[in-house]
Design a protein around this ligand. Structure first.
Ligand code: COA
Length: 283
């Protein structure tokens, strides 16, 4: 693995490492504060994700946390204590900086994204977690929607992110009680795709990332954006939009479709039920 944290201006609160699989390992990097997201981190994360969208070393982003936490959520000191008494416009600005990367950038990201939940995941951290396309957690990672304990409602878009992902009963239970739960339970609720023992977390994440990068990147991109947006459309609008995505994928990577059809229909070299088609090398 190569590290560019000393040569590229990712910032002090974010680190990025690239590996031979074209995975960009993006870490929230305030381990002494359990990677709580303060205004600096929020700005640096937006800038980092923006740069990685145009960086060929990155075909997939894995979002994780430095040290033993994924993220302890919004920085309670810098977001609450230090903005108390400040004009509403200031409070509005710092909130917006969080949403900019945690939802706007990440939810609509042009490359595949995987959240690798390595430890504590609290409150505001649920937004980037859900905004990632896929998520894998350590079985013993601890999750919590602790806001009720702080005398506030769940911040940012946490409630919306939960409604997007897990059953209503589970969401209501955890936002109303603040009771924490572990990675196994997160997988049962489908908050994450799966939970694995902590010592297998990285390998399993690499395995999943490699599956994504072996496919046509344009097809994966159009597929995920198609799903993200069409689910809120009428069927009529969705039909139009999804065919536009379908045509866009063919326009940008005509080889992927031709190769896939050729392998199945002519060469009989590939059957979907017996393995994953690979478009390795195609962009
Ligand atoms: N905001 C600001 N600072 C935070 C923070 C947060 N959300 N979470 C942790 N920190 C800080 C602590 O204040 C402490 O700072 P200090 O060293 O200057 O005193 C440091 O991070 C380490 O935290 P600590 O509680 O000692 O670590 P721990 O490993 O014992 O516990 C947690 C980790 C995550 C269980 C615990 O820090 C916690 O419950 N944090 C709050 C999580 C939360 O409710 N988030 C919701 C925010 S909306």
């Amino acid at each position: 693995m190569t590290s560019d944290i000393t040569t590229e201006p990712w910032g002090n609160t974010v680190s990025v490492e690239f590996d031979e699989h074209r995975i960009a390992w993006v870490s929230l990097n305030r381990p002494d504060k359990r990677n709580a997201m303060n205004p600096t981190l929020n700005r640096e994360m937006f800038a980092t994700l923006d740069r990685l969208e145009n960086d060929d070393r990155c075909a997939v982003v894995v979002l994780t946390g430095a040290g033993d936490a994924f993220s302890a959520g919004m920085d309670l000191k810098e977001y609450f204590r230090e903005t108390d008494g400040k004009p509403r416009s200031v409070q509005h600005k710092v909130r917006g900086e969080g949403t900019n990367w945690q939802f706007r950038k990440l939810y609509n990201y042009t490359k595949p994204t995987i959240a690798m939940v390595n430890g504590w995941c609290f409150g505001g951290a649920f937004v980037p977690l859900v905004s990632c396309d896929l998520a894998i957690a350590a079985e013993d990672a601890m999750f919590g929607l602790s806001e009720v304990n702080w005398g506030v409602t769940p911040g940012n878009l946490v409630t919306r992110a939960l409604a997007e992902t897990i059953p209503t009963r589970d969401a209501m239970y955890h936002i109303m009680t603040g009771e924490p739960f572990d990675g196994r339970r997160a997988a049962e609720m489908r908050l994450v795709n799966e939970a694995v023992p902590a010592d297998e977390l990285r390998e399993r994440t690499i395995e999943l990332a490699k599956k994504l990068t072996s496919l046509s990147q344009w097809v994966v991109r159009c597929t995920k954006i198609g799903f993200r947006h069409s689910r809120l459309m009428s069927w009529e609008s969705a039909e139009d939009f999804l065919y536009a995505k379908h045509d866009q994928a063919i326009l940008f990577d005509s080889d992927a479709r031709a190769n896939g059809m050729n392998q199945f229909l002519d060469e009989k070299a590939y059957r979907p039920g017996l393995g994953t088609y690979s478009a390795a090398g195609q962009e």
